[in-house]
Design a protein around this ligand. Structure first.
Ligand code: PLP
Length: 448
């Protein structure tokens, strides 16, 4: 047996993978990535692939970036981990300061956690406890969107809007109030007109707030696009309008920029497009440039202040894990922010985003393609069976076969339902954007 065959066998036997039907592993599953360099990953047999999904949307500056590697190694030489409960560490302190300085001005305090789901979980608990601490426990409901994805922990699924997850885990979840997805509203009820869709959505929000704001703790929205639901961009004005209405009705606004933060939208944070200053902001994924698990929830001054009280009044925030504010992860994240602060990463984005937009044109109208959607440097193309003009049956896993074919051709993508996704590192070059588009085009055209 080759080393790869041995590893595959052990993987199948011992390693239960996330979001994976383990019974459906094929003969050459799993694909085992042994190393990576720049925008490329290499499998155990040395096959090189362009990382078109940025290792699940989190890799920012490429793999093995010399500055990030150096930051990690420098920190390992000092301390790998010590608790943040009752103690602190220099990288976490500096990272908290840098995040407060770089995020919208409303946000003044930074709470660390490990993953995007947790950053949301923290925001939910903070919002709920905020109202309790202010003596208004009746404000306990969360207002959320159909099609929202905020992570997979119990709280994050509760505020999410994926019917499948609610069907499976519904008995564990807390009840929420729901508004329609702005994207679905735009295309199903407003003939694609963004102005009409924003007005309709804001009217629905206002009416809910007028009726029930006395019971609502917070509205939670993704940062301008419903990413995991299939890259469904909001029409302009949703975030700014939501902020205005939430303020008027005393409801906290939580923006989840786990997917859109750190340049994905074309600005450092997507909130900046509409000058939105939320009460709570959840960040994850790209925070450490795709190196280590660290996430953050940024809080406005008035949220933080509601947790201050004499010792013994039980007002402090009851949250914190063993690895919260891990120094290694914080040191790399700090260097990631330093790379952004130098300016060239963000300056290069408009050109890359425009190139992606132009390149996606060729998918329009193909018999094997459905909707094509883009938000900043992220895109999705629906795969269609040319014989039926509909998605392939879910159980046939044709999208997986197409991704496997793309991989053989040197591009690593991953299906999202019936969609093929392009979410490359921000360091992707113009030539690499072309390669991704050409390869996915060829693999999709080949089809089944
Ligand atoms: N929030 C949003 C908007 C996301 O897109 C995701 C993941 O895709 C999460 C939260 C959950 O992040 P994680 O997978 O790091 O827990």
């Amino acid at each position: 047996m080759t080393e790869t065959e041995v590893l595959r066998e052990w993987d199948r036997r011992y390693f239960w993978h996330p979001f994976t039907q383990m019974q459906c592993y094929g003969d050459d599953d799993p694909w085992i990535i042994a190393r990576a360099e720049g925008n490329y990953v290499y499998d155990t047999e040395g096959h090189r692939c362009l990382d078109a999904i940025a290792s699940l949307w989190c890799n920012i500056h490429g793999h093995r970036h010399p500055r990030l590697d150096a930051a990690l190694l420098a920190q390992i030489g000092k301390v790998a981990h010590s608790t943040a409960l009752g103690a602190s560490n220099p990288p976490a302190i500096r990272l908290a300061k840098a995040l407060v300085e770089m995020t919208p001005a409303s946000l003044q305090h930074c709470f660390f956690s490990e993953d995007g789901s947790e950053a949301v979980e923290v925001a939910i608990k903070m919002a709920a406890q905020y109202w309790c601490n202010l003596g208004r426990p009746e404000k306990h409901l969360f207002l959320t969107l159909d099609n929202a994805y905020h992570g997979d922990t119990v709280g994050a699924v509760s505020v999410g809007g994926f019917p499948l997850f609610h069907a499976v885990y519904g008995h564990l979840l807390f009840p929420t109030l729901r508004l329609p997805s702005p994207y679905v509203l735009q295309w199903e009820d407003c003939e694609g007109d963004p102005v009409q869709a924003t007005a309709a959505w804001l009217a629905a929000l206002e009416s809910t707030l007028q009726d029930q704001s006395g019971e609502i703790a917070a509205l939670i929205l993704e940062g301008g696009v419903q990413g995991a639901a299939g890259i469904l961009p909001f029409p302009p004005g949703i975030l700014a309008g939501a902020q205005r209405l939430c303020r008027a009705h005393e409801v906290l606004l939580i923006i989840d920029e786990v997917a859109t933060g750190f340049g994905r939208s074309g600005k450092l944070f997507s909130c900046e497009w509409e000058s939105v200053e939320p009460d709570l902001l959840a960040l994850g994924k790209g925070l450490s440039g795709g190196y280590l698990p660290v996430a953050a929830t940024l809080a406005a001054e008035h949220v933080y202040a509601a947790f201050l009280a004499p010792f013994g009044e039980a007002r402090q925030f009851y949250y914190g894990h063993t690895y919260t504010a891990n120094p290694l992860a914080c040191a790399v994240a700090l260097e990631n922010l330093a790379l952004f602060a130098e300016g060239s990463v963000l300056a290069a984005l408009p050109g890359k985003i425009a190139q992606l937009r132009t390149g996606l044109q060729r998918f329009h109208g193909q018999s094997w393609a459905g909707e094509v959607r883009q938000f900043g440097l992220m895109a999705a193309i629906a795969l269609r069976d040319p014989r039926t003009n509909a998605p392939y049956p879910y159980a046939d896993r044709v999208e997986y076969a197409v991704c496997r074919r793309a991989r053989e051709m040197g591009v690593y993508s991953r299906p999202l339902g019936d969609l093929l996704t392009i979410v490359p590192p921000l360091s992707v070059t113009a030539a690499e954007i072309d390669t991704i588009l050409n390869t996915l085009y060829d693999a999709m055209a080949e089809g089944r």
